[in-house]
Design a binder for this molecule. Sequence first.
Ligand code: SF4
Length: 384
Amino acid sequence: MDILNSINRKPAGIYIHIPFCKSRCTYCDFYTLTNESRIDSFAENLCKEIELRKDEIHEPVKTVYFGGGTPSRLSEQHFENIFNYLFSNFNIDPAAEITVEANPDDLSSEYIQMLSRLPVNRLSIGIQSFDDAELKFLSRRHTASQAINAVKRCQMHGFNNISIDLMYGLPGQTTGIWEQNLKQATSLDIQHLSAYHLIYEEKTRMYSMLKAGKIQPVDEEVSTAMFSMLIDWMKQHNFIHYEISAFAKEGYFSGHNTSYWKGNKYIGLGPAAHSFDGENRSWNVASLNRYIKGIEEGKPERNSEHLSLNERYNEFILTGLRTMWGIDLMELRLLFGDKLYSYCIENAEKYVSKKLLSVEGNNMKLTREGIFISDGIMSDLMSV
Ligand code: SF4
């Protein structure tokens, strides 16, 4: 199979946005509602959206990802209906990775047993911290012991592909607290960890606190030390650092996220969900009312943009270099032409000579040192 054929035959994925949360965390800017009164109507219209958009993907669907929001606010009936529609309208691969994001406080034994009766084979649990003071500061709804018990209960009920999310770089967080978080995480026999540095997103409570001088961002040296500790700790515990924020045991990479990073096609269902068909990006309206109205009228409200060659090249650089696989320079040349290929090589040269990027054959990727200044390197390789 030549390289262009293999590029065109990339697998497809489905993302489903569940826009409900019991309460809002201080740092969160995702589209989500704390009033769950319309959750039934949302679930019904989501099924209708699946039917309306069934012709957008013909290739086998390799990954389905329920994100949010908090998908663990859905009931068994909601999930059953959604799965019925998914399986009857799309060609879902029998071995597809099917992930549900869940919050620890929703993961009672009954709820986990219910999830285990569904085609769900991967859980992504939003823990964020194992320190009660940090959890309170983030306005999370669970305690550290609830989180630990939730992971253990999921394992007891047969889930053996579990990812957890942690956050670092919180105001006042020390490397000692971060180390305790990492120790606790790896003691839980999980398969995957996503660790994100806190970002102060505008329109969040955390951002207002920062602007009002009520909290101080962590020093850059402390942030760097935490990231370094994260990489070393996870490596010592046999996790592969396969993307800037993601670590997995062998065989447990997130198929869904890997698919994003490799530029594969996906459709996003539910309010505010994004879709990508290889050349165009589109996004559903970020309003539950307008989402439901559009579906009821048979015309889902969506916006879209066509990505220019330059924009697609930039995405290729941005997503590829985030991963341990880096970018294939031959693929870059075939997809974007000689001009952008030469632009990339010329701009990469200084980083290669400083050993921040490595090139072996056609493969170019960040070195361990390069990962620490990845944003600067990627923006230098991007074309304006
Ligand atoms: S649970 Fe997740 S989606 Fe909901 S408010 Fe908190 S961070 Fe945001």
